[in-house]
Design a protein around this ligand. Structure first.
Ligand code: DX5
Ligand code: ZN
Length: 226
């Protein structure tokens, strides 16, 4: 039986009250905190760095799921490990040496993930699945919250699910971008087990009711027929 995780993205939280927002969303039922790091270089937006992660760490025991949208990767990956991240994921196309970056994260005792943009193939998983803990499929182009879900991500989630199952390893399959109550089930039926949602949760007045509605979709019987 799949254990689904919901990971609200702080990108859509109130940046002036981040500690409070983290506590509120975990209290409302979030499993992980998704922490989007943007550098105005790999993506055309700028968010927060390791010092903010470190400042938030005492506010929750929930895993902090750092999504690096930065280039170069290595220095920041290590800094986030030291700042209290539990998982550190990066875009393989942003790293000069993917295997080395994975080793750096592992050496810090943290879980690592690879992130795939909407037009990126999964080929590299053939050489990395034995070393990672998370595959993150982007269902929007990275850089901004509030974009619409790109449907071709479903096919990529299906592909990733097959590869993960074949590997026999305990690897989470996360989807990020445009996830709402009305499409979370489609992503789950394609094989995702971890769901990032920014605007759908933080854009709502009542975080708990959105998270509960997402869980209700995930636990409804039988796969949805399109
Ligand atoms: C986009 C980020 C996402 C984003 C999702 O670059 O990686 O995590 O915050 O936001 P929504 O759920 O609003 O699409
Ligand atoms: Zn993200």
């Amino acid at each position: 039986m799949t254990t689904y995780h919901i990971a609200p993205s702080l990108l859509s939280a109130d940046f002036a009250r981040l500690g409070e927002e983290v506590r509120a969303v975990v209290e409302a039922g979030a499993d992980w905190i998704h922490f989007d790091v943007m550098d105005n270089h790999y993506v055309p937006n700028l968010t927060f760095g390791p010092m903010v992660c470190q400042a938030l760490r005492p506010h929750t025991t929930a895993p902090i799921d750092v999504h690096l949208m930065v280039q170069p990767v290595d220095t920041l990956a290590q800094a986030f490990c030291k700042a209290g991240a539990d998982l550190v994921s990066f875009h393989p196309d942003a790293s000069a040496h993917v295997d080395r970056t994975l080793q750096l994260i592992k050496a810090e005792g943290k879980r690592s993930g690879l992130v795939f943009n909407p037009a990126a193939p999964l080929d590299i998983l053939e050489w990395t699945l034995d070393k990672i803990d998370l595959v993150l499929i982007m269902s929007v182009n990275p850089g901004f919250g509030g974009q619409s879900f790109i449907d071709s991500a479903l096919r990529k989630i299906e592909q990733a699910r097959k590869l993960i199952d074949r590997s026999g390893r305990d690897i989470r399959l996360e989807v990020d971008g445009g996830i709402k109550v009305d499409n979370i089930r489609r992503a789950a039926d394609a094989g995702a087990d971890t769901f990032v949602a920014g605007s759908a949760i933080f854009g709502a007045g009542d975080y708990r009711s959105v998270i509960q509605a997402m869980r209700a979709e995930l636990s409804a019987p039988g796969p949805l027929v399109a």
